[in-house]
Write a protein that binds this ligand. Structure first.
Ligand code: GTP
Ligand code: MG
Length: 592
């Protein structure tokens, strides 16, 4: 069982652990004496916390200690105790899934009372969903084992705990230094009728239920190819966050919404299981070769679906030196997906140490806040009340984890009406038996939508046509789709009606989607495209298959383009740069 021990600095976390190791005979033979002797020789007072340092890198009698983890066992079970030196590392690990704790010991110094980090750590435990918490009021020896002092701290802290919806598992007055109520019941506090000890409490914690009977969720870590000749199968691999999956189940991958059936379950140790459940790192093969990539999340079609949106309401905490601010790009890691996103709105900033809400325009280091996040593309996630593991995310700024949070509520975005249609379309889509990568291999190109926009001018269309002809001569499967070709045919029923721009664009995108499925390099021109137009297209067409080009001196809309051709209308030069960009991105072959 994984236990984390938290609390304000110097309140005695390491001492309590050291004491517990000593009193349970978990230490290697002679270790305690050796450390005491060292202290005597260097005339330092002995500290139980030194035991932890002394044990680092030592492995004997089943106890090992690395940077922040203590492994030890009782008659009942094995424990890993995470003694987080600062809460920051621990938080990073917890939120990124590198560490999980099922229960926590929260230490408060009886003499100093409740301090800032006592509250802050309590709040973070609540946010991380660790609700089994034992509160240890330590250093009772310093307050003469006084019941009133103990009760006062219990009163004050339990009021705080109820505000954050945690009911502590128990409260224990202890002295780490003297060993009271650590491994055995102390005779010095007869007024403490519960008679609990730290050790007994560990054994009384309930193991976290493995969420096997919850909806299936597996963020796709990678897609591996079988290496055999002529074997087109792929293994979709990842770690199951919750639920279970068996061969024959219908799976849907989000955010695309593509659906197929599980052909076989594959495990890396070669065992042939019929199903996989929460906590397992495993893989499976599919009946049809639909496009699946890292970052998508696999769910079962007959179970509650995740939310899919570019926007959500979240609780976040911030660890970065630079504050978390609006109008700046950050990377959000949800499951195995990384996506650029922004802080759209700060609803309120809580001072975690007091729980007071304040008005702020930035989320500062160590702040906890409620906010709205807007992602650059739609992602699948759960809300924390439905499934905690897939509600967590990490925020990265400058290659460093600077924050994390949980999704509280999915919010609608402006593309929801398009997405709803696309999800149904993908769900019903009859997949080709020819995988997209076979097509790419055969055609020697990657299917892409090349969207050329810019101010109204004939040059745009000319550029598009010349690009088509150049690529055609190079042997590519390419097609230029003039927007008028869609306007009068596909759009015949809505043509001329007002306010139908979005619907025109959606239909254009649907046509593009079909041609991309066919493996084509599709060139489309449109005048003065905005970011919102692009968002619609990105909802209907896989955003990774879109290349946007602005043709003109200066970009006059809010669109964010992949390539800006400020070539003064020079078609030759523009063609050269376009081709180079396509080659650089590996969309067409580069022969050098
Ligand atoms: P950090 O790791 O720095 O956050 O501190 P910590 O919480 O691990 O505290 P640590 O165990 O290092 O103890 C801090 C100081 O408090 C040390 O000098 C300990 O000797 C002292 N201390 C810890 N527990 C007790 C106790 O029960 N009684 C008394 N009198 N002193 C204690
Ligand atoms: Mg310590």
């Amino acid at each position: 069982m994984n236990i984390v021990i938290v609390g304000h600095v110097d309140h005695g976390k390491s001492t309590i652990i050291g004491r517990m190791l000593a009193d349970t005979d978990s230490l290697p033979e002679g270790k305690l004496e050796q450390v005491k002797e060292n202290c005597r020789r260097t005339s330092r007072p002995f500290e139980y916390a030194f035991l932890l340092d002394a044990l680092k890198d030592e492995q004997s009698q089943g106890i090992t200690i690395d940077s922040a983890r203590v492994f030890f066992k009782t008659d009942k079970r094995d424990y890993i105790i995470i003694d987080a030196p600062g809460h920051i590392e621990f938080l990073k690990n917890m939120i990124s899934g590198a560490a999980r704790a099922e229960a926590a010991l929260l230490v408060i110094d009886a003499a100093e009372g409740v301090r800032e980090n006592s509250r802050r750590h309590g709040y973070m435990l609540a946010m991380l969903g660790i609700t089994q918490v034992a509160v240890l009021v330590n250093k009772m020896d310093l307050v003469d084992y006084d019941e009133k002092t103990y009760r006062r701290i219990v009163d004050e802290y339990s009021r705080f705990m109820s505000e954050i919806d945690i009911t502590p598992h128990c409260w224990i007055p202890v002295s780490g230094r003297e060993g009271d109520n650590v491994a055995s019941v102390s005779a010095r506090m007869p007024w403490y009728e519960e008679g609990r000890t730290v050790l007994g409490t560990l054994d009384a914690f309930e193991p976290e239920e493995i969420p096997a009977n919850q909806p299936f969720r597996m963020p796709v870590q990678d897609v591996y190819k079988f290496t055999g000749r002529g074997d087109d199968r792929r293994i979709v691999a990842g770690t199951v966050e919750s639920g279970a999956l068996s061969a024959g189940d219908e799976v849907v991958f989000y955010p695309s919404g593509k659906k197929t059936t599980v052909k076989s379950i594959e495990q890396f140790n070669g065992s042939t299981r019929k199903s996989i459940t929460a906590g397992m790192a495993a893989g499976f093969t599919l009946d049809e070769q639909i496009y699946v990539a890292r970052g998508q999340i696999a769910v079962k079609s007959n179970e509650p679906l995740p939310s899919i949106s570019t926007r959500f309401r979240a609780s976040v905490f911030w660890l970065g030196r630079k504050p978390f601010v609006p109008r700046k790009d950050y990377i959000f890691k949800l499951g195995t997906a990384r996506v650029v996103g922004r802080l759209e709105e700060i609803t309120r900033v809580l001072d975690a140490s007091t729980l007071a809400a304040g008005e702020k325009s930035a989320i500062e280091r160590h702040d906890v806040a409620e906010c709205v996040v807007k992602l650059g593309k739609a992602m699948a996630f759960d809300t924390v009340d439905v499934l905690a593991p897939t509600s967590r995310f990490v925020i990265i700024d400058d290659y460093e984890i600077t924050g994390g949070g949980i999704v509280r509520e999915a919010l609608k975005d402006r593309q929801a009406w398009v997405r709803d249609k696309v999800l149904i379309r993908n769900y019903r889509w009859e997949a080709s038996i020819i995988p997209a990568e076979r097509r790419a291999e055969k055609y020697n190109q990657k299917a892409r939508l090349i969207l050329i926009t810019g101010p109204r001018s004939d040059a745009k269309k000319r550029l598009a046509k010349e690009l088509e002809s150049m690529l055609f001569e190079d042997g590519k499967i390419v097609y230029y789709l003039g927007i008028g070709n869609v306007l009068y045919g596909v759009d015949a029923d809505i043509k001329g009606k007002n306010n139908n721009r979005s619907e025109h664009i959606r239909r254009l995108a649907e046509v593009a989607h079909i041609l991309l499925e066919a493996g084509v390099l599709l060139i489309v021109t449109a005048t003065d495209m905005t970011q919102e137009d692009l968002e619609i297209i990105k909802t209907a067409v896989n955003p990774e298959r879109i290349e946007t080009v602005w043709f003109g001196e200066s970009i006059t809309t809010d669109i964010r383009c992949d390539l800006h051709l400020a070539t003064d209308g020079d078609i030759e030069e523009s063609l050269r740069r376009l081709k180079e960009a396509l080659q650089e991105k590996g969309i067409i072959f580069r022969p050098w």
